[in-house]
Design a protein around this ligand. Structure first.
Ligand SMILES: [Fe+2]
Length: 178
């Protein structure tokens, strides 16, 4: 279940319906998918973990992809042994935007998306297995892992080649290149 915390006040939301509705006011999509559909122990021989994760949620992926125009899906995993984990995290833990939605469905582990709302406030959205978050194109945000430094997610893309970060200041102005 997700936890949303307003950074400036520490005010927290833990109720799913309240979270979905609060995030919607900022254009962020929250969905809860049945994580019980994924049983790692039941993976058929000859199927990769990525294939099995995607097959387990094929229906949900197809539904949201049709509704929001996503064209590709993959699975990403970060864990303490991931080579260059700190370098990877440093790319995403500064405020940025993308020219397409950033969509993540958490299969295992957890992480925090900090999203700048339409009111200018930052909201920390801690996501857990079963949580899907779609941060819309152009919405300022950053991402980091929690203390256990592990997350496994399905990612959905409109154009996998175009998914790069544009770094911005809190007011949305571009960060000047050094
Ligand atoms: Fe991002």
């Amino acid at each position: 279940m997700p936890i949303v915390t307003k950074q400036s006040t520490g005010e927290r939301l833990t109720d799913i319906a309240a979270i979905a509705s609060a995030l919607a006011t900022h254009g962020v999509v929250y969905e809860r998918w049945d994580i019980g559909k994924y049983d790692p122990a039941a993976r058929p021989e000859g199927t990769t973990e990525q294939e099995y994760v995607l097959a387990s949620f094929a229906k949900e992926v197809a539904t949201i992809s049709q509704a929001r125009g996503y064209k590709a899906a993959d699975v990403i995993a970060l864990h303490p042994e991931t080579p260059n984990l700190d370098v990877l995290l440093a790319k995403f833990d500064k405020e940025h935007t993308h020219s397409e939605d950033e969509v993540r469905f958490v299969v295992s582990g957890r992480g925090v998306f900090a999203v700048r709302g339409v009111d200018g406030e930052m909201y920390d959205v801690e996501v857990h297995p079963g949580d899907l978050l779609a941060v819309p194109e152009g919405t300022q945000h950053w991402f980091t892992l929690c203390d256990d430094r592990h997350i496994q997610c399905i990612r959905l893309f409109t154009d996998p080649g175009g998914w790069v970060a544009s770094y911005v200041n809190p007011d949305g102005s571009p960060v000047a290149a050094n």
